[in-house]
Design a protein around this ligand. Structure first.
Ligand code: NAP
Length: 297
């Protein structure tokens, strides 16, 4: 065997990463970044047409891509997704779980079906994806799970009750999973918790508050969050905050609850809701939009 053949035969295969919520925003930016590194990608979201657009973008960047339309709130579908990944690529190195939906509205104005689906997607979806991924990682004795938390899992804001409840649950679940994997040196669970990120989530959210939502400042880009996510795949760490004001907000919430509760309503109405009026609608909560949203808002 020549030296060059010998080198070729020992080249490590590219890692395999599953990304949920890959058709929009942070998931899509993460898929792009991983594709640039030649990662073998498994992309999931509910809408096949939207996923096909992102899969093509990733192939153009040189990635081998499997797309599997999946509703993360359906446990059987998530099991089939992870199984398809392992069958296609022979294993799974990491999973980035970015799928979520949002509903705006005073708690009692949000229809029960919409509230419940935000919870189902956020909480049960995270449990389904985490369970299937961790079962594979435990059997391989290696793998990294990145779960998207949020600043809103650590503080409370009005007009987003189902999302705030979801993210509080995700932050807690992520912490438990991190602790439970401590017996395996090469299995990691990382929760990445951004503040405001400029993605399409605000426009495609369900809305019963009369005005479109928007990300209150300071706002970071989806690409910036994707950089942090990929950093965690390279260097796992249990908790990562993205957003310069996050520690201040969390401090205010915990140390000055009376002041926080007084200010958060007016601040949300000024900074978190746009002036653009909108009729009540379920957005993408119950059904996907079926077109690929851009990475940015
Ligand atoms: N944007 C922010 O300010 C912000 C801040 C903190 C944390 N986060 C978190 O970051 C993650 C990504 O948010 P984003 O802003 O990028 O959202 P986004 O642009 O709205 O993208 C959401 C993605 O989730 C998918 N999805 C929704 N429901 C699904 C389901 N039941 N099953 C499978 N996929 C589903 C959507 O595709 P389909 O509709 O086709 O399914 C889409 O690909 C979320 O966990 C979010 O909570 C966002």
């Amino acid at each position: 065997m020549t030296a060059s053949q010998d080198t070729l035969s020992t080249v490590e295969p590219a890692p395999v990463v599953l990304v949920t919520g890959a058709s929009s925003g942070i998931g899509r930016a993460t898929a792009h970044r991983l594709a640039d590194r030649g990662t073998r990608l498994v992309l999931a979201a509910r809408s096949r047409p939207a996923l096909e657009v992102v899969a093509e973008e990733c192939r153009q960047r040189g990635a081998d891509v499997l797309l599997v339309p999946t509703d993360v709130s359906d446990e059987a579908a998530v099991k089939a997704l992870v199984q398809a990944a392992v069958e296609r690529f022979g294993g799974l190195d990491a999973c980035v779980h970015a799928a979520a939906v949002v509903a705006y509205g005073r708690f009692e104005d949000v229809p029960t079906a919409v509230f419940d689906q935000v919870i189902r997607t956020g909480v049960l979806g995270t449990a389904n994806v985490s369970r299937s991924a961790l079962q594979v990682f435990r059997s391989q004795r290696s793998g990294t799970l990145v779960i998207m938390g949020s600043l809103l899992g650590k503080i409370s804001t009005p007009y987003m009750s189902s999302y705030v409840a979801t993210k509080a649950a995700v932050e807690s679940l992520g912490r438990v999973l991190t602790i439970e994997q401590r017996d395996l040196d090469n299995v990691h669970v990382c929760v990445v918790s951004p503040g405001s990120v400029a993605t399409p989530v605000f426009r495609q959210a369900a809305n019963y508050v009369g005005r479109y939502g928007r990300p209150p400042p300071p706002v970071v880009s989806a690409e910036r969050v994707a950089v942090k996510i990929v950093e965690r795949l390279d260097h796992p760490r249990s908790r990562t905050s993205v957003g310069i004001a996050n520690p201040l907000m969390i401090f205010g919430f915990r140390a000055l609850p009376g002041v926080f509760d007084l200010l958060v309503g007016p601040l949300m109405r000024v900074a978190g809701l746009s002036r653009t009026r909108v009729d009540p609608h379920a957005g993408n909560v119950l059904t996907p939009t079926h077109y690929a949203e851009p990475v940015r808002e």
